[in-house]
Ligand binder design. Sequence first.
Ligand code: MG
Length: 158
Amino acid sequence: MRIGLGYDLHRLVAGRPLMIGGVRIPFERGLTGHSDADVLAHATADALLGAAGLPDLGQLFPDTDPQWKDASGETILRRVTKLTREAGYRVSNLDAVLIAEQPKFGPHRVAIRARLAELIEVEPEQVNVKAKTAERIGAIGAGEAIAAQVVVLLQRAE
Ligand code: MG
């Protein structure tokens, strides 16, 4: 078994859709940055790559490469899932934390869990997603950004 840790943070701005784990969340602002800035997809991809001992997201999908410049979190995560599989591993389970002052993710948790599970090709029961605020402290607490932390456990595929 191998464990991997992923982390990502993106800035919230007006005029962008908010994509979290491949799910569009209704909110008046969205995340900005490389591609669709889906923090949960990016943190999950880095956790998978780390656990499999593969190069990280920035190395595999450089934003200087036109092929990946606007690649969605979904596209990146599907590709990383394939690489993880090809490296000889399957996902045992995944646990994620979203850190955001707003919006409230409670109403979307089931949808995010189902979608994230679909993207990494596991059952929803193997995926857990929870959300916390930052207690109004720092940039996340001021509602300027959203972060995600993900741990994943891989097993050797038989
Ligand atoms: Mg990112």
